[in-house]
Design a protein around this ligand. Structure first.
Ligand code: ARG
Length: 383
């Protein structure tokens, strides 16, 4: 394989390196395209919690978050993830991080940034849900209500550098609403978000656990549904009809149930996790059987950055073949994010993003948890 600059130039079995080229002899390894995680929150990480949920909220500012974000970018890259889609962070930190990485100032994966996730008042994106009414945080949020306001919010995100638009179609787990799956936007609001985002050439990712909210989001024309926990047969059929990608973060449940009590997360949130964990995995299996378009998204940040690859074994445990799981994080993920012309395969013209592992991931997909070599854009970043 010949790499020049940041691109792959040729792939020739048994080929010889032209004179004067630097040669990297990797030995007996399996080489794969750089991995892609389509759902991360790269600017934060639950494991840096002090163990006191409210103290963390009340003492950490967006500047604190910005200062530590590079740590998680590096951990993600070292784990072999050379491209990620960041589905939400505050204060446009993901845009600043993306730009610094693109300029070569710090090391990290290629980032598609969603900036502020849109959501309804009192919903999953509203940081003061569950707080006393006199408590307010300064700074911009993605909270927007009504067709005109959501259109304006999409435009503002685009203006500030968003590559993709994220909105909360339903309630969630790690927030203080009582429901986990109830719709939080009207059909008209969801339609407006998608219409506006697509006009600006941006794809849309909808957070949706609930059965009805998933279908509303698909009907609105979103490009991907995130979480998908309570998707039913009609939802699976709608997704096929609309060509909607489904992204199930099925590793999360293990980490939340094992660790979040110790991190001081309110018991009401952990109780909500118990409602979705198992059923989400069962519905993942149904989605695989139904032949849905599925991409690899972990929600890393909820669990430690750098552990992204742990989800591969879960995907295989719950019905994918190892090859399907690998495709979900390479060629299929590239398709969802609109980058199938530049990442996700090892082929001339593509970015020289690749990883190597010692074993055969088709025999044991968990070998992807131990990536020994990472190249991004022709530069060796690990190994
Ligand atoms: N960010 C998501 C939420 O708060 C995490 C859901 C995690 N649980 C799961 N079983 N995937 O809703």
């Amino acid at each position: 394989m010949l790499v020049e600059g940041d691109r792959i130039v040729s792939v020739t079995p048994g080929g010889h390196a032209p004179v004067g080229m630097q040669v990297l002899e990797l030995g007996n390894v399996t080489l794969l395209p750089g991995l892609i995680d389509v759902h991360v929150h790269i600017t934060g990480d639950s494991t840096i919690s002090t163990g006191n949920y409210y103290r963390d909220i009340l003492t950490r500012s967006p500047i604190d978050e910005a200062v530590t974000a590079h740590l998680f970018a590096k951990r993600t890259l070292d784990a072999g993830f050379t491209t990620v889609r960041n589905l939400g962070s505050g204060s446009y930190i993901d845009v600043a991080l993306r730009n610094a990485i693109d300029r070569g100032l710090i090391e990290g994966p290629r980032i598609l940034a969603a900036t502020l996730p849109l959501g309804a008042t009192g919903g999953h994106a509203d940081d003061t849900t569950g707080f006393a009414p006199n408590i307010e945080f300064h700074g911009e949020t993605g909270v927007a209500n009504g067709v005109d306001a959501v259109r304006a919010r999409v435009r503002e995100n685009v203006k500030r550098g968003a590559d993709v638009i994220k909105f909360m179609a339903s309630a969630g787990v790690l927030s203080n609403e009582t429901s986990v799956g109830a719709p939080q936007y009207s059909q008209a609001e969801m339609d407006a978000i998608v219409d506006e985002a697509h006009r600006w050439g941006k794809k849309v990712a909808a957070h949706a656990h609930g059965t009805e909210a998933i279908k509303m989001a698909i009907r609105a024309g979103v490009d991907s549904v995130e979480h998908c926990s309570f998707i039913d047969d009609e939802g699976l059929k709608l997704a096929r009809q609309h060509g909607t990608w489904l992204v199930f973060d099925i590793y999360n449940d293990d980490f939340i149930l094992a660790e979040y009590g110790k991190l001081g997360v309110p018991p009401e949130q952990i109780a909500k996790e118990k409602l979705v964990g198992r059923v989400q995995r069962e519905n993942f299996r149904k989605a695989v059987r139904a032949g849905e378009k599925m991409a690899f998204g972990t929600d890393a940040g909820v669990y430690p950055h750098g552990w992204n690859a742990k989800q591969f074994a879960k995907e295989v445990e719950w019905g994918m073949t190892p090859l399907q799981a690998i495709r979900s994080a390479t060629i299929d993920a590239a398709d969802l994010i609109g980058w199938k012309d530049r990442v996700g395969v090892i082929k001339p013209g593509y970015y020289a993003d690749m990883v190597a592992v010692g074993g055969d991931p088709l025999a044991d997909v968990s070998t992807l948890e131990h990536v020994g070599f990472v190249m991004k854009g022709g530069r060796v970043v690990r190994g």
